[in-house]
Design a protein around this ligand. Structure first.
Ligand SMILES: CC(C)(COP(=O)(O)OP(=O)(O)OC[C@H]1O[C@@H](n2cnc3c(N)ncnc32)[C@H](O)[C@@H]1OP(=O)(O)O)[C@@H](O)C(=O)NCCC(=O)NCCS
Length: 366
C-alpha cells in the first residue's frame, strides 16, 4: 500500500464529497456538499488535504479561510472540519498528517488561527485547545418581552445585505462576502418553523430591521432543546422573536451568551445561566507572531507594554511582557490568548488576555 498525502485539486471534490457523505450522512438523505456549498466548491479545493491510495481518497481534512474581526481588530482564521478517514485506513496517522499539512498550507496563506470543529484526542495531540466561554441561558416558555415588532422569514436574496449590516455591528465576527452570506442563508435547510430545522427570521420595528436570528429548532419530542445559533442587532427584539416561534420545544430554548455580550446579559437579567462551558470548537494558534501583530493595536489600549510574541521553533513561542519572558507551545499560547476557563495564565498577561472568541456555531459552521 503506498499512500500519498497532498493538497486536493478541483477534480478531487467528487470523491471528497462521497467520502464525507459516507462518514457523516450515512443515516440521512442529505448531502454535505449541498449543506456547505463553499467548503465543497472546487474553487476551495486548495484548502482540502487528502490521503490517496490506489487512486481512491481515503482520508480528508477540509478548511475554509475567513477574514475575521476580533474585538475590532482584523486578522485571518480558518475553520477546519469534515475530518474523516475511511474505516479501513484509521489509526495509521492519516488524519494527523493531514492536519499538519493543512496547518502549513493555511499559515502560508496568512492564517493565524485554526478553528477545528469537534473535540477529539487527535486534535489535542495536534495542539488544539478549548477556548472561550459560553454561558447558556434557558429561555422560559412564558418569558414576556414588551415591544411592537414584526417578524418574517429571511429571504436569502433580498435580505442578505440587511443581515450583513446587522452582523457588522458585532465587534468579534467572521468576515464574509455578500455572495457567501447568500449561499449560507440559502443552504439553511428551511426557514419554516414547521419543518423543525433551521429557522432564519428578520425582526423589524416600524418597518426598520433591528435584528435577525438563526435558530437550530428542534420542536420534536425527545429531540432536545432548540439552540440559538447566530443573531445580531438589538437583543430585546431578537428575544421577542424567539418567544413567538411556534412549536416551542419540550426541552425549551437555549441561548448562548458570550462574555463580551453585555447587552444580551442585561436583557436577560435576572435570568442566570444554566450551564457554562468553552465554545464548541477547539482552536490552535498557527502563527502566533502574526496574530500578535494583527491584535497589537488593541492591546495598546489596555496595557502599558503589550505582550510580544516570537516564534522560536516550530509551534514554540517566546512571550514577553513587563520584563518577564515565558516559553509556550502553540497549545499553551492558544489557551493563554483565548481561554476563559484556564487556570495557569501568567498574571501580567491577564491585563490583555483572554481575547474574545469567535462564535463558531453560526452560519459559518462547517
Ligand atoms: C476521527 C478520524 C478522522 C481519525 O482518523 P485517523 O486517520 O484514524 O486518525 P489518526 O490515525 O491520525 O489518529 C487516530 C488515532 O490513532 C493514533 N495513531 C496515529 N498514528 C498511528 C500509528 N501509526 N499507529 C497506531 N496509532 C496511530 C493517533 O494517536 C490517534 O489516537 P487518539 O485518537 O487516541 O488520539 C476517523 O476516526 C473518522 O473518520 N471518524 C469518523 C468521523 C469523525 O468523527 N470525524 C471527526 C469529526 S469532529
Amino acid at each position: 500500500m503506498s499512500i500519498t498525502v497532498r493538497t486536493a485539486e478541483p477534480r478531487d471534490l467528487n470523491q471528497i464529497a462521497e467520502l464525507s457523505d459516507r462518514i457523516f450522512r450515512s443515516r440521512r438523505a442529505t448531502h454535505m456538499a449541498e449543506e456547505f456549498p463553499y467548503l465543497y466548491s472546487p474553487d476551495n479545493a486548495r484548502h482540502w488535504h487528502v490521503a490517496e491510495d490506489g487512486g481512491h481518497i481515503r482520508s480528508i481534512v477540509g478548511a475554509m479561510i475567513w477574514p475575521a474581526v476580533i474585538a475590532g481588530a482584523r486578522t485571518r482564521v480558518a475553520s477546519v472540519g469534515s475530518v474523516a478517514t475511511d474505516p479501513d485506513y484509521r489509526g495509521q496517522g492519516l488524519a494527523s498528517r493531514l492536519l499538519q499539512l493543512a496547518q502549513s498550507g493555511l499559515a502560508a496563506e496568512g492564517v493565524r488561527l485554526m478553528l477545528i470543529s469537534g473535540d477529539l484526542p487527535l486534535y489535542r495531540t495536534f495542539g488544539a485547545r478549548a477556548i472561550g466561554r459560553v454561558d447558556w441561558y434557558a429561555l422560559p416558555p412564558n418569558w414576556a418581552v414588551a415591544g411592537r415588532y414584526t417578524i418574517r422569514p429571511i429571504d436569502p436574496d433580498t435580505d442578505a445585505p440587511i443581515v450583513a449590516h446587522l452582523y457588522q455591528t458585532r465587534s468579534t465576527r467572521f468576515g464574509r462576502t455578500l455572495a457567501e452570506l447568500r449561499a449560507m442563508l440559502a443552504a439553511q435547510p428551511i426557514t419554516q418553523v414547521e419543518q423543525g430545522s433551521k429557522v432564519a427570521l428578520l425582526v423589524l420595528a416600524d418597518d426598520v430591521p433591528v435584528s435577525y436570528l438563526i435558530l437550530n429548532h428542534r420542536p420534536f419530542r425527545g429531540a432536545g432543546a432548540s439552540r440559538l445559533s447566530e443573531w445580531a442587532g438589538d437583543p430585546k427584539s431578537m428575544l421577542y422573536a424567539l418567544t413567538q416561534v411556534r412549536d416551542w420545544p419540550e426541552q425549551g430554548m437555549r441561548i448562548p451568551v458570550l462574555p463580551d455580550d453585555l447587552a444580551m446579559q442585561g436583557t436577560l437579567y435576572p435570568l442566570q445561566p444554566v450551564r457554562q462551558e468553552p465554545v464548541s470548537w477547539l482552536a490552535k494558534v498557527i502563527d502566533g507572531a502574526g496574530l500578535a501583530s494583527d491584535l497589537a493595536p488593541l492591546w495598546d489600549e489596555v496595557a502599558h507594554e503589550p505582550p510580544r510574541v516570537a516564534l522560536t521553533a516550530p509551534d514554540v513561542y517566546a512571550v514577553a511582557m513587563d520584563g518577564q519572558r515565558w516559553t509556550a507551545d502553540a497549545a499553551t499560547l492558544t489557551e493563554w490568548m483565548f481561554g476563559e476557563l484556564v487556570p495557569h495564565r501568567p498574571a501580567p498577561l491577564e491585563d490583555v488576555w483572554p481575547m474574545p472568541s469567535l462564535w463558531p456555531e453560526g452560519l459559518n459552521y462547517i
